[in-house]
Design a protein around this ligand. Structure first.
Ligand code: PLP
Ligand code: COI
Length: 339
């Protein structure tokens, strides 16, 4: 293996040694087994290809100062994948199979876990696919669950530096009673055009409004939204956003730091009142928001007046990273330490 430049990794795919797979057939999941192949042998009429029976997850493993490997909130990702399975009628993947497959994939690719202090981490991508052929719109009888890993740096190249985001009123990501609360590929396909447009205009992401009233903040393309004012952490409550595990972690940390936490509808105009705001997710960690431009309405909300991350976002970021890396004790039971 060529030397990896850990400190300059971007968020992208790098081949690692193994991925680990479990197949569902006749009501049973097979024991997770490793392969070196990056390919999948798939029937041309498989339901994942035609009818979008596909769900995925994203979580991270870290190397601590003590040399130990820590996986962050693995069980919560397993539970969210179950809700994705329920949402698009896939066979439910048991928590134990999810965890066993993830742990095996991390251990077998241990040499790809970025060293402590590099700022990088090992991104873990669990993927679940409907494999059997159907031509009518019906769920698959058989499924493939696989986990691959890849070392990554920051999702936004700016890292922990504020970036601008855009509201594009001509696009919705998910409908109020649709699939926005689960992690399936279709939601991301639906976000590609708006995301591309925003990037071309120099924005890091789209900040979606609620699809029904176009009045309240929903979330960003790859991350939840939070705002801070008057010592309060505020994040949208919506029936069309992904329940972010990182956001849930920050709500807990904020509360324990003495902030008030509010999960409620956030009208767009409230952006004018935030002292700090950010995008939050596994890939994004916390990515502070510089300003929000509502392109079609020709409005601009400047959040970071000096172009830097605010003090509360910085404190939350440092606390979260410290727990993930094992620099601070895991008092919440969020971390799985691999032996
Ligand atoms: N929202 C969307 C649309 C996402 O893709 C993600 C990433 O997983 C998040 C929010 C953040 O969720 P989490 O913190 O669980 O990674
Ligand atoms: C994550 O944060 O894990 C995501 O899935 C975001 C994006 C890469 C889809």
């Amino acid at each position: 293996m060529n030397e990896i430049d850990w400190a300059n990794l971007s968020f992208g795919y790098m081949k690692t040694d193994y991925n680990v797979r479990s197949y569902y057939k006749d009501g049973k999941w097979s024991a997770p087994a490793e392969t070196t192949s990056e390919q999948i042998d798939i029937h041309m009429a498989a339901t994942c290809l035609h009818y979008g029976q596909e769900a995925f997850e994203g979580l991270k493993a870290f190397r601590g100062k003590d040399g130990k490997i820590r996986i962050f909130r693995m069980r919560d990702n397993a539970l969210r994948m179950i809700s994705s399975c329920q949402g698009i009628m896939m066979a439910e993947l048991p928590v134990e199979v999810f965890e066993e497959t993830v742990i095996k994939a991390v251990k077998m690719n241990e040499r790809f876990i970025p060293p402590y202090g590099s700022g990088a981490s090992l991104y873990i991508r669990p993927l679940l696919l409907g494999m059997s052929p159907q031509v009518g719109v019906k769920p698959s009888a058989e499924y493939l669950f696989l986990v691959f890993v890849t070392p990554v740096g920051p999702y936004f190249k700016e890292g922990f530096k504020p970036t601008p985001v855009a509201i594009l009123r001509g696009y919705d990501r998910a409908a109020p009673l649709g699939t926005g609360t689960i992690k399936i590929g279709g939601n991301y396909a639906a976000s590609l055009v708006a995301g591309h447009k925003a990037h071309e205009m120099g924005y890091s992401a789209v900040l979606y409004l609620d699809a029904k009233e176009k009045k309240y903040l929903d979330e960003c393309g790859p991350a939840n939204f939070f705002g801070i004012k008057n010592n309060t952490y505020i994040t949208p409550l919506s029936s069309s956003i992904l329940p972010s595990i990182t956001n849930r972690s920050l709500m807990q940390l904020a509360e324990d730091m003495g902030l008030k936490v509010e999960r409620r509808q956030v009208a767009e105009e409230e952006l004018a009142t935030f002292e700090e705001a950010g995008q939050v997710g596994t890939a994004a960690v916390i990515s502070p928001i510089l300003k929000v431009d509502d392109i079609d309405e020709n409005k601009s909300y400047v959040i970071s007046k000096d172009g830097n991350a605010g003090p509360i976002s910085t404190k939350l970021y440092n606390k979260l990273r410290a727990i993930q890396l094992g620099d601070e004790p895991d008092t919440y039971g969020w971390v799985t330490v691999l032996e």
